[in-house]
Design a protein around this ligand. Structure first.
Ligand SMILES: [Zn+2]
Length: 143
């Protein structure tokens, strides 16, 4: 195995970053079940900044263990978060790496918070990245 892992936890969940603002994904693109809203702590790598854990409510299909994030929402959150901390990195490339254990992430909300090592010890990389593609027949799932 040459695969490089970031988080120490075993990889879990599949991930879609949805670039289409008119697709709100109330149904899972893979199994067609209704999706739920669920809050996750996601770990994002941002160019020229590094890693940033971020709390985000995502679309979630429990059957497929699939997390869906709307790109426009995510970028709004990033812009808000970084406009005071590091406005120069807004617009940089980023990649959502995985999910952080909620308990560890919540520590960061009050008090000094976890160290980055602490975060990585409780991070699970995504098993799989999927993408949505539009075709005339509607949404097609592409993996
Ligand atoms: Zn599904």
């Amino acid at each position: 195995m040459t695969e490089k892992r970031l988080g120490k936890l075993p990889p879990r969940y599949s991930f879609i970053l949805n670039p289409y603002t008119d697709a709100r994904l109330s149904k899972c693109p893979q199994c067609n079940a209704l999706t739920k809203q669920k809050k996750f702590a996601i770990l994002i790598h941002i160019d020229k900044w590094g890693l940033a854990p971020l709390g985000k409510t995502c679309r979630w299909c429990s059957r497929c263990e699939l997390i869906m994030v709307h790109q426009d929402e995510l970028e709004n959150v990033l812009t808000q978060h970084f406009s005071s901390v590091a406005p120069e990195i807004i617009g940089n490339k980023y990649l959502v790496m995985g999910t952080v254990d909620m308990k560890v992430w919540r520590k960061g909300l009050k008090g000094p918070g976890p160290t980055m090592q602490d975060v990585l010890d409780h991070t699970a990389d995504f098993k799989k990245y999927c993408s949505l593609e539009v075709d005339p027949g509607g949404w097609r799932f592409d993996s």
